[in-house]
Ligand binder design. Sequence first.
Ligand SMILES: C[S@@+](CC[C@H](N)C(=O)[O-])C[C@H]1O[C@@H](n2cnc3c(N)ncnc32)[C@H](O)[C@@H]1O
Length: 188
Amino acid sequence: MIWLAIAIELILLVPAVLICIVMFKLLLVKGYRDYPPFVPSFGQTKKMEYQRLFEVLQQSTSKLKVLDPGCGTADLIIRLAKQFPQHQFVGIEWNKGLYKIAKLKSNRIDNVEILCQDMFDYSFADTDIIVCFLMEPLMEKLGRKIKSEGKSGLVVYSNTFKIPNLELKEKILTRKFLLFGNLYIYKL
Ligand SMILES: C[S@@+](CC[C@H](N)C(=O)[O-])C[C@H]1O[C@@H](n2cnc3c(N)ncnc32)[C@H](O)[C@@H]1O
C-alpha cells in the first residue's frame, strides 16, 4: 500500500516539478521568454478549441487548410486530420525532437504535413484556419504576419494569448486559475 502511495505521489510530483522549472525559466531567462518553449496545451481551452474546429470542419463543403504554427507534437491537428481526411493540415515546429515525434505520429496520415522550420519563413497566404498556442513575445509579430499575408476570411484560434494588433471577434472564457486559459478568435 505504501508503495502505491509513493508511486502516485511521484506521478503527481514529476509534472509539477517540470511545470515549476518552465515557470522559473520564463521568469528568469529572457531568451527563453522570447522563444516560446514546448508547453503542451491541455484542459478546457484545448477541448473548446477542438470542438470549435470540429464543427467548422464538419460544416465546410470546401477543402480547408488548417495551419498550426509551433505545433509541438501536433496532437490537435493529427486528431482532426484523422477525422477529416477531406481537409488539409500543416504543422510547423522548429524544435527537431518535437518535429520528429510529430512526424512519426503522422507518418501514415496523408492529409498531414509536418515541417521543421521557423514559422515566420512560411507563407500564411493560402491558409483558411490558424490554430496556435504560442506566447506573449511572439504574438505581435504573428499578428503583423497574419495581417500582411492572410487572406480575407482567415480565422485564427489562439489558445491563452491575445494577438494585440488584430481585432478580436470572440473570446471564450475558460481560465479559472493560474496562467493558462481562454480562447481568442480573430477573423480577417
Ligand atoms: C507552447 S508550445 C505549444 C505546442 C502545441 N501547439 C500545443 O498546443 O501543445 C509552442 C511551440 O512553438 C514552437 N515554436 C516557437 N517559436 C517557433 C518558431 N518561430 N517556429 C516554429 N516553431 C516555434 C516551440 O518549439 C514549441 O514547441
